[in-house]
Design a protein around this ligand. Sequence first.
Ligand SMILES: [Zn+2]
Length: 394
Amino acid sequence: MKELPLFPVTTVGSWPRSVPLLRAQRQKQRGQLSQPDFAKLADAAVQEVLRRQEAAGVDFVTDGEQRRDNFYSFVTEKLAGVQLMTLAQMLEVVEDKAGFERILETLDVPAYAISNPTCIGPVKRLSPLALDEYLYTRSQTDRPIKVTLPGPYLLTRAMWVKEVAQKVYPSKEDLGEDVVKILKAEIQELIQAGADFIQLDEPVLTELVFTSGQTRTFMCAALSARADPTEELEFAVSLLNRVLEGAEAVRTGLHICRGNWSQKESTLLSGSYFPLVPYLNRINVRQLVLEYATPRAGELAALLGSENIRAEKELGLGVVNPRTPRIEPAETIVGRVKEALQYLPSRQIFLNPDCGFGTFSNRPMNSDEVAEAKLKTMVEAAAILRQEAAAIAY
Ligand SMILES: [Zn+2]
């Protein structure tokens, strides 16, 4: 890969889907559209998303997750032993029905719109999770590519609906072993194929520290959470580090946010990254891809006060909010980056939105136009920062 400019601009992954693509996705799920026919439409959608990112001037592009129904349940069709369960089906099997109903009440998403990838048998890879997506994207752009994957903790926790999964795996840890094998193999194949940046999504980590053991969740996977968040966080660190073993050759990232399913900020979680710092310090990932445009994410000092983080990590700094219609002025972004520069050298700072623009395909957070304008304002800010850096260097 050729040398990167300072303050590389990238996205967190997803992009809004077009109406025809969403229709095709529903038809495919109902068995009314073949995989090759869906792929043709998705290929065209990926080309369009790449064109928009290239036009905006993004340095690391993604395929916009156009083939996925959302950022984690898409694995269902690629894995043996996993089945989508609707919330109604889950309610039937779980023991703590009252607790589950309480979770449903806190969601700002119609319950029928969510299905959970649930473990129903030994979990094995039937086909790559993202390698095929990467190879297609590679054939369509010369720019460095970021590939997103659901993290091992997210996947294990979502798949583990105890009442069903325990028939196959004695414990969540046993299921985690197979999830680690799957993700590790995928990452190694992506490295072999030349992927430039592999990002693991673990948004649910914030839920462990900001809901203090209550079962409020944005992905109906909290059923399996232990009462003790510390134990869960240790489990997440161990899973992540095992998946990342042998991945030093590539830029790896860990994305953590506080939910991206609603434009109502008040329904999303709130709190700084501070309680996660002792764990983030020990995760062998090169870059932390974090939200910072939303005030709900707290101050930079809460994270960058840590000497270890400053010494060892790059920061993917969230500088635009994917959920708001307003385009952040480039000057505001420049100001935010300058704040980060008080802690980190310029080489360690990337610019990205707080999260994807279409984490759930049927619930995009913005239009293409607004998303593209937000990318452009980030690129504009990066250009100002690069110019200033060059002036100082001379
Ligand atoms: Zn996110």
